[in-house]
Design a protein around this ligand. Structure first.
Ligand code: NDP
Length: 326
């Protein structure tokens, strides 16, 4: 099978397109013919070696995939079933989706919702499923459309783009924070009511600012997350899932103890099955599939290597879907 393979040895850290014997696939009770995978921010960290995402070598990266079961000893999955996988350390500690085949634990899989083709499922991918988890977190904390504006940071990226589309369809008023003003039209087509320059959030801010946001989806972390917390309205919630600006969180407790705001952490990797299935079911009703094409750039497996550094540089818009058979 064709796969992206990452090696780390005396020659250094290197990702390459390789022919790999399927006999080398890791243990698992379900083997999947992968149709599409994607390039998530974490995949780009893994492929470039910019961050220690990969824990064992050689590794096939790819934290998500969609495809068809070709062999299974798992009671819930039969040959021919269409499945999707997100996380569980796949592409980090267990060979992942940037290959023509993957072998995983059946317990990690989710049946592909009939609303989506495998390509559409990967247009959503882990970034989009995480965006849905963020929206579910806002809902759990009582952030309803009537409460006021919702800020989405990292707006033109994968998580941000899908979050805007979902929130707008649900009737929220969304403000998209971006460093790419030329993407304003794209963000408004997804449903953003307005855009805002991310520079307003990216520097060191005050412990508390003027109350504005009823809720927020933050894919950026660092000063941005601190400034979002400082400008949430009384009782507001930010769903924090990312670190595109940095993993630090230079904030004070003031917004928490004086405005009762909530910092809701969102993890997609080890998210329990009931919540991940709920997220995929909600994506099937709350995301306009017609928007997916405008969010998506399609690439071949071999293109992954040159696209990864561009994604880390913030040059990739929306989602990158990888046709592993092209
Ligand atoms: P993308 O690369 O697609 O998007 C990230 C966006 O963040 C960029 O498009 C850019 O948006 C913005 N950005 C980039 N660099 C900076 C910076 N220095 N300062 C401020 N903003 C910046 O990544 P994804 O959307 O796929 O992922 C976003 C984040 O979420 C990543 O950190 C990723 O690791 C994390 N993530 C976490 C998950 C979890 O389980 N918790 C799951 C999936 C993703 P713009 O150009 O509009 O400003």
């Amino acid at each position: 099978m064709k796969a992206i393979l990452i090696d780390k040895n005396d020659d250094g850290y290197k990702a390459r397109l390789a022919e790999v014997d399927e006999a080398r696939l890791p243990e698992g009770d379900v083997t999947v013919a992968v149709e599409y995978s994607t390039l998530n921010y974490k995949d780009s960290l893994a492929i470039t070696g910019a961050s220690p995402v990969v824990r064992s070598f050689p590794m096939v990266p790819g934290i998500d995939f969609a495809g068809t079961v070709v062999a299974s000893t798992h009671s819930a999955y039969k040959t021919g079933e269409r499945v999707v996988l997100n996380g569980w350390g796949v592409g980090e500690t267990h060979w992942g989706g940037l290959a023509q085949k993957a072998r995983v634990k059946g317990d990690w899989l989710v049946p592909l919702p009939i609303a989506f083709t495998s390509r559409q499922a990967m247009s959503i991918g882990t970034a989009g499923y995480t965006a849905m988890l963020c929206v579910l977190a806002l809902e759990r904390h009582g952030v309803t459309p009537d409460k006021g504006e919702i800020l989405v940071t990292g707006a033109a990226g994968g998580v941000g783009s899908v979050a805007i589309a979902i929130l707008a369809k649900l009737g929220y008023t969304v403000v998209a924070s971006t460093g790419r003003p030329h993407e304003a039209e794209y963000l408004k087509k997804l449903g953003a009511a307005d855009t805002i320059d991310r520079a307003q959030f990216s520097g060191k801010g005050r412990p508390m600012g003027k109350e504005r946001w009823a809720g927020a989806v933050d894919a950026v972390g660092s000063h941005t997350l601190a400034n979002v917390c400082a400008t949430l309205r009384y009782g507001g919630t930010v769903a924090a899932c990312g670190l595109a600006q940095g993993m630090d969180f230079p904030a004070t407790v003031m917004p928490f103890i004086l405005r009762g705001v909530t910092l809701a952490g969102v993890d997609s990797v080890y998210c329990p099955q009931p919540l991940r299935r709920q997220a995929w079911e909600r994506l099937a009703c709350d995301l306009d599939v017609a928007l997916l094409e405008s969010i998506t750039t399609g690439i071949a497996l071999a293109d992954v290597l040159e696209t990864a550094p561009k994604q880390l540089a913030g040059e990739v818009r929306g989602r990158v879907v990888v046709d592993v058979n092209r």
